[in-house]
Design a protein around this ligand. Structure first.
Ligand SMILES: [Fe+2]
Ligand SMILES: [Fe+2]
Length: 297
């Protein structure tokens, strides 16, 4: 199953199940994950995700016509990636199993880099849109983790704990959702960027997609390994619950910020959102994005 199958599919629904299968076939081609795939399919049937519908894709496409919306969305993506990196760094620090710890550390380093890649997309697509001081501040959205750095639990993080199957399920669903957002974002960005930036933009987007599929695949494999030791009904019920939780987060984002990936401040306000962290590197994007960006159309 090729990545092109995912990028070129004309259908806007059914992409969640497709993304999981493409990720596994690309990144873990020799690993069968029957328990994971069955639980995913059942959860999608019981709790159909709003982000797996043509209505959602249409709302995104219309919102992304606005340059200002697109620019703020890229900054929110950078913020989320940086926040995710810190969660993963804490989970990795507290993981007793060396292989899993290394996987989580690599994942944290990827997300830390992604925060900077989204800012690079902002620079390439909207050159000069952010004033210089604000743009410099944005670099702090990435914790700039590297493999050579020693792990430590991020102070105040609720993720300073050993990762469980529940954590891997939530990570897997979040990575699939990020992949779906990424697929919608690709053509939306190309509508705003100049032709001479297209090659660089596409290269960054390809690297982001490659990494997100890698994250979907390794979490799927970990879920499969842990699930083999658990009652099947328990795995299915937990998968269903977490898909439902992400559906509620998605509806809440659509009704609130309309950004398709809520800010850290939203999570802090909303108990149904992701677990909150007490530690923020910079003020929430929604609080400081507007003054730094001139009015784009
Ligand atoms: Fe990412
Ligand atoms: Fe990711």
């Amino acid at each position: 199953m090729s990545v092109e199958a995912l990028l070129n599919t004309q259908i806007s629904s059914g992409r969640v199940a497709l993304a999981a299968r493409v990720a596994l076939s690309q990144c873990s081609p020799d690993t069968e994950c029957p328990i994971y795939l069955e639980a995913l399919d059942q959860a999608l049937e019981d709790e159909p995700p709003p982000y797996d519908t043509s209505v959602y894709a249409d709302i995104y496409e219309k919102a992304a016509l606005s340059g200002r919306w697109m620019a703020v969305s890229l900054i929110t993506n950078a913020e989320r990636e940086g926040d995710g990196a810190k969660r993963l760094w804490s989970l990795a620090a507290c993981s007793p199993e060396p292989t899993v710890q290394h996987q989580l550390k690599c994942h944290a380093v990827d997300e830390s880099r992604h925060a900077l890649l989204y800012l690079a997309l902002l620079d390439l697509t909207f050159p000069g849109a952010a004033d210089p001081a604000f743009r410099t501040d944005l670099n702090r959205l990435s914790p700039k983790f590297a493999l050579k750095h020693d792990l430590y639990p991020v102070p105040g993080s609720p993720y300073a704990k050993k990762a469980t199957i529940d954590d891997f399920l939530q990570m897997n669903i979040a990575e699939i959702r990020t992949t779906i957002h990424h697929i919608m974002q690709r053509p939306a960005i190309s509508m705003h960027c100049s032709p001479d930036a297209h090659t660089k933009v596409a290269s960054i987007q390809n690297s982001l997609l490659r990494d997100e599929l890698k994250h979907v695949a390794y979490t799927a494999v970990l879920i499969e390994q842990i699930a083999r030791e658990l009652p099947r009904e328990r795995v299915n019920a937990l998968f269903r619950k977490r898909v439902g939780d992400f559906n509620r987060i998605t509806y809440s984002e659509l009704g609130g910020t309309g950004l398709f990936d809520c800010s850290v401040a939203c999570c802090a306000r909303n108990p149904s959102c992701r677990a909150t962290s007490q530690e923020h590197v910079v003020p929430a994007t929604s609080n400081f994005a507007a003054p730094g960006l001139p009015v784009l159309n």
